[in-house]
Ligand binder design. Structure first.
Ligand SMILES: Nc1ccn([C@@H]2O[C@H](COP(=O)(O)OP(=O)(O)OP(=O)(O)O)[C@@H](O)[C@H]2O)c(=O)n1
Ligand SMILES: C[C@](O)(CO)[C@H](O)COP(=O)(O)O
Length: 234
């Protein structure tokens, strides 16, 4: 059977949140943010195992959060950037075959739901890369150089990426290998690495959800608290 691994990326320190504890360990609805996505992947019949990538110095705390979930294969330490944390996960998955499916998910997005996971896994039946995205509701512009509008892309064509971002393991391995040979490489997500270094690989886009928000700033915790209460009642 082809394995399917969910990688929960929790290696960040939450600078924009400004709390002493990394935001993935802050509680919403009485449980750590990190617990929610682990719970969803653990309950999903299409996921065989979960790899948690935690911020340095907080691994023991993440192990405590992960302990109740039988699908968690390991909690490893991440790197200084999201990219370095993805690379740590790829190293930990070195024994998995190239056709394995891997979903990279931000621990900072606690309310990923089974339907989103279903859509990612369905897309990986026919493709090698999938992104979860939502339409934009603002008019989005490119600014600069200087505080001047440089471009106004048509809103209908724009989407906001969420996570998971899913790949056949061989594809994401190859993209990061090529990126590793590029001195100017930086990325804020994993699909961006495939798009840049393997432009011939189509990245399918599937629907996300407004509830699949990323807890980034203190105000996001207010929304997350509300969503956690809704989830507890459902
Ligand atoms: N070195 C890093 C940085 C980020 N992430 C993870 O990538 C996801 C998205 O990142 P972001 O929201 O930017 O989290 P932080 O890096 O923690 O936040 P900030 O940028 O405000 O410091 C988060 O789940 C975060 O834990 C990671 O695994 N390793
Ligand atoms: C991967 C991501 O969540 C997609 O929206 C986003 O790019 C993460 O960016 P961040 O700078 O790490 O918050």
């Amino acid at each position: 059977m082809t394995p399917t691994v969910a990688v929960v990326l929790a290696g960040g320190t939450g600078q924009r949140m400004g709390s002493t504890l990394p935001k993935q360990l802050l509680e919403v609805g009485g449980r750590p943010v990190l617990a929610y996505s682990i719970e969803t992947f653990d309950a999903h019949p299409g996921i065989n195992s979960i790899l948690v990538v935690m911020a340095a110095g907080h691994r023991a705390a993440a192990e405590r959060v992960a302990a109740p979930y039988g699908s968690v294969r390991a909690v490893i330490e991440g790197g200084a950037t999201r990219t370095a944390s993805t690379l740590a996960a790829l190293a930990a998955l070195a024994g998995e075959p190239d056709d394995a499916r891997v979903l990279f998910h931000d621990a900072a997005r606690p309310f990923v739901d089974p339907g989103i996971v279903d859509r990612c896994l369905a897309a990986l039946e026919t493709g090698a890369a999938v992104a979860v995205a939502q339409p934009v509701s603002d008019t989005v512009v490119a600014v600069g150089p200087g505080p001047v509008v440089a471009a106004m892309p048509p809103r209908e064509s724009l989407r906001r990426f969420q996570t998971p971002q899913g790949f056949r393991l061989g594809t994401i391995r190859r993209a990061y290998e090529l990126a590793g040979a590029d001195a100017g490489f930086t990325a804020t997500d994993d699909c961006g690495v495939v798009h840049r270094y393997l432009p011939e690989v189509p990245i399918q886009v599937v629907e996300g959800g407004e509830h699949n928000l990323k807890v980034t700033h203190p105000l996001d915790l207010v929304v997350a608290e509300h969503l956690a209460r809704e989830r507890a009642q459902s």
